[in-house]
Design a protein around this ligand. Structure first.
Ligand code: TXA
Ligand code: MG
Length: 349
């Protein structure tokens, strides 16, 4: 299949063409990769079961891992849900459009291909202008997981999408680098509010609107043998580059020293190493191969570059040594992704 890549950034006419082509393809039951403020999505008409199945085939995604439905207006979420508690309206009012995905019981409109057979559906309204424009034109909810091959780091630039999906989808829309770089916060509102996946909308921000919510306890640890995942996505290997990733957590100075020690040891055994560093510690790594993730004090900067840095270092290293940060507020979203990329291989110093 020939893949058309259309930029939404350069020229108004090309943007119009790209968005209208996306609408046409979605209405015909075909796939479109598109930018959002979190990561790029691989979309299909979310009311068309066979079209949604095609997403799973192309990504190589297990069919029991449900997809998020994306809407262009808050009111377009209501027909997808069977009931909408008051607290959900508050969350929508505060965080939509934006990186918060809300799970409620689904209505009869939603095909089983979207929900993976669950009685719930996840819905979100993105804040990215291009994504919303595409959704409004399409006029249907768009089912979209991240636009990567299953198991690879999520795509945060058009180049990442092209790396994974060129020749597999008819259209990729280029909206430039994604603003946040980690996927949306996922909250289940079916019983008591429960955060299933942390993101830029932090537990503290949610608590300020609806009172406290619980956090799924598998956010920072692997699932045990036979344990049922609250969110099916959690049971699969995630975000993993080909290189081995080791997380070194603790006081920045001690972590920097340990990373240098590991780097030298591994290099002596013939491994090619790279370091995912921070602004605060970069001076430790003089003469070594490193890339800067961001500022430890501003975890959102580390989130926005995490998947890009993992993909970049993966091209040049056998082992990536990455600094951990405290899993607090937005740091929780960062550590949730980094620990999965590392298969939970952590050295605490
Ligand atoms: O930011 C995002 O959320 C991006 C962009 C494209 O919108 N999308 C995204 O989708 O990250 P995906 O499919 O890669 O992740 C969705 C997560 C998965 O872990 C899935 O298991 C979970 O949400 N999920 C979806 N529907 C669910 C449901 N009904 N119950 C529990 N978990 C659900
Ligand atoms: Mg994903």
């Amino acid at each position: 299949m020939k893949t058309e890549v259309i930029s939404l950034l350069l020229d108004e006419q090309e943007r119009e063409y790209g968005l209208n082509r996306a609408k046409e393809l979605l209405c015909q039951g075909e796939l479109v990769a598109f930018p959002t403020e979190t990561v790029y999505g691989l979309g299909a008409n979310g009311l068309n079961g066979p079209a949604v199945s095609e997403i799973y085939r192309v990504k190589g995604r297990p069919t029991d891992n449900p997809s998020i439905l994306h809407v262009g207006r808050p009111e377009d979420a209501f027909p997808l849900w069977r009931e909408v508690p008051e607290t959900v309206l508050k969350l929508m009012d505060t965080f939509w459009p934006g990186p918060l995905t809300i799970i409620c019981k689904h209505s009869d409109l939603v095909p089983k291909e979207v929900t993976g057979g669950l009685d719930t559906v996840a819905v979100r309204m993105p804040s990215d202008e291009n994504a919303r424009d595409m959704l409004l034109r399409a006029g249907v909810p768009v089912a979209a997981p991240s636009a990567n091959l299953s198991g690879k780091p999520s795509p945060t630039t058009c180049r990442h999408v092209v790396e994974d999906l060129d020749g597999r989808v008819p259209l990729i829309l280029d909206g430039g680098p994604c603003r946040y770089g980690v996927e949306s916060t996922v909250i289940s509102m079916v019983d008591e509010p429960k955060i299933l996946r942390p993101g830029i909308v932090s537990p503290e921000m949610i608590a300020a609107v609806i009172g406290s919510s619980s956090i799924s306890d598998s956010i920072l640890r692997p699932l045990g043998e036979g344990e049922v995942a609250a969110s099916p996505g959690m049971k699969y290997k995630h975000y993993a580059p080909k290189a081995e990733v080791i997380v070194i957590s603790g006081d920045p100075t001690a972590a920097g020293a340990e990373i240098c020690r590991q780097y030298d040891l591994l290099t002596q055994t013939g491994k090619k190493c790279a370091i995912a560093a921070t602004e605060q510690t970069k001076s430790f790594y003089h003469g070594k191969n490193y890339a800067i993730l961001g500022d430890r004090e501003k975890p959102e900067t580390m989130c926005s570059s995490l998947f890009r840095v993992l993909r970049d270092l993966d091209c040049e290293a056998d082992v990536i040594l990455a600094e951990g940060i405290p899993p607090k507020e937005v740091g929780l979203a960062f550590m949730n992704r980094l620990l999965r990329a590392a298969g939970f291989h952590v050295i605490n110093v």
